[in-house]
Design a protein around this ligand. Structure first.
Ligand code: PLP
Length: 400
């Protein structure tokens, strides 16, 4: 059922999820039909399935800069984050009880930390810079000799700000702490090769780069002590129980390879579209870009998070949806929540967070989409301001 008033729809929520590429679907189909065996079975049907999983694991490992047995398949980013946070704390209780994470991490990391606090962990939440990145000096001052794990995301899911992962990782290692990064939003636009960054653990999720939902992986550097999160089988070398979803893994490998091989051209095209959109939307009075400025190097090419003074983000997102533009507000992976974004709040305060909307571009967006969306945003903002009795005059706001 379609609930919109327009025939045209423009999808600007690629940070929430992306459509499945048809080539990825083709790579998955054999494992949904002919090659249906359980990879753990000892017969020929199992052996066929296992061959697909082995090939996918090797392909992913090579592209990640690690060995195949350092890749643990999961149900996606949320599970990979939980596994890293809870699994490392559990297995290293003898090392200490301090965990350090960014205050702007995804809810998967933050909720896992909250759960650990109830079992005695001491969690430090690092305040971001105004662009949303975590600075090396902030991390340095929070580290102690009993810090078990530092977890800082590569690229933030709401504003797209990139943190200096290699440097942060070196600082953590110098004090004997392990380092995890949530790279879910970074695949294809940031170098996440672990032989370059030297991280100990890294989370990735397929549906953010035109792969299937429900699959991802956690890279776990050889020798890292980690307890399984999901018990019940010997799969994934005993680190993750559950029947191996061969078709999802085949899709993940194909999507990952495609995302990395077309990264350069995709980044160029998407950043042009996104940049054009931002420049035009910022001409609206009282519109402010959240995160790193457009000219900065530490931002992804596809996030545009913009606050509109005097407008509530959830109302704007709903209005835009009726006009045919899909965007996101708040903690947007779980849209529908009316809470203000914890990310923008930590970076720029509650007022800015209340009016912050995330527009995220993808490789299937066009120049026509930008024109359509800019027009829709302008008129939606104007209508909401008028409806709220806030006929918006820049001079009045400046005076206030
Ligand atoms: N981490 C980040 C940064 C994300 O943007 C998301 C997206 O929702 C997740 C983790 C969760 O990933 P998944 O949807 O695969 O569980």
């Amino acid at each position: 059922m379609r609930l919109i008033l327009n025939d045209k729809r423009v999808y600007l929520d690629n940070a929430a999820t992306t459509p499945l590429d048809s080539e990825v679907l083709q790579a998955m189909l054999p494992y949904m039909t002919d090659v249906f065996g359980n990879p753990s079975s000892p017969h020929s049907f199992g052996a066929e399935a296992v061959a697909g999983v082995v090939a996918a694991r090797e392909r992913i490992a090579e592209l990640t800069g690690c060995s195949a047995n350092e890749i643990v398949f999961t149900s996606g980013g949320t599970e990979a984050d939980n596994f890293a946070i809870r699994g490392v704390f559990e297995a290293n209780r003898n090392v200490g009880k301090r965990m350090i994470v960014g205050a702007t991490e995804h809810a998967a990391v933050l909720s896992a930390c909250k759960a650990l606090e109830r079992t005695g962990a001491e969690v430090i939440y690092l305040t971001p810079e105004t662009d949303g990145s975590i600075s090396p000096s902030t991390l340095e001052s929070a580290l102690s000799d009993d810090t078990v794990l530092v977890s800082i995301m590569t690229a933030n899911n709401e504003v797209g700000t990139i943190s200096p992962i290699k440097e942060l990782c070196n600082i953590a290692h110098a004090r004997g702490a392990l380092f995890h990064t949530d790279a879910v939003q970074a695949v294809g636009s940031v170098d996440i090769n672990v032989s370059h960054t030297n991280v100990d653990l890294m989370s990735v999720s397929a549906h953010k780069f035109y792969g299937p939902k429900g699959v991802g992986f956690l890279y776990v550097k050889k020798g890292t002590r980690i307890s399984p999160l999901i018990l019940g089988g010997h799969q994934e070398r005993g680190l993750r129980g559950g029947t191996t979803p061969t078709f999802l893994i085949a899709g993940l490998a194909e999507a990952y390879a495609r995302a990395l091989s077309t990264a350069e051209s995709d980044v160029k095209r998407v950043s042009e579209l996104c940049g054009d959109f931002v420049e035009r939307v910022l001409k609206i009075d009282g519109a402010t870009l959240n995160g790193a400025p457009l000219s900065a190097k530490n931002r992804t090419p596809y996030h545009a998070n913009i606050s509109f003074d005097g407008v509530r983000a959830d109302a704007l997102v709903m209005k835009l949806d009726l006009m045919g533009v899909a965007a996101a507000a708040g903690a947007a992976c779980s849209s529908g929540s009316a809470e203000v974004s914890h990310v923008i709040k930590a970076m720029a305060g509650e007022d800015r967070a209340r009016g912050a909307v995330r527009f995220s571009f993808g490789k299937y967006n066009t120049k026509g989409d930008v024109d359509f969306a800019v027009k829709a945003v302008k008129s939606a903002v104007e209508e909401l301001r008028t409806a709220q009795g806030l006929l918006y005059l820049k001079s009045e706001i400046t005076r206030a």
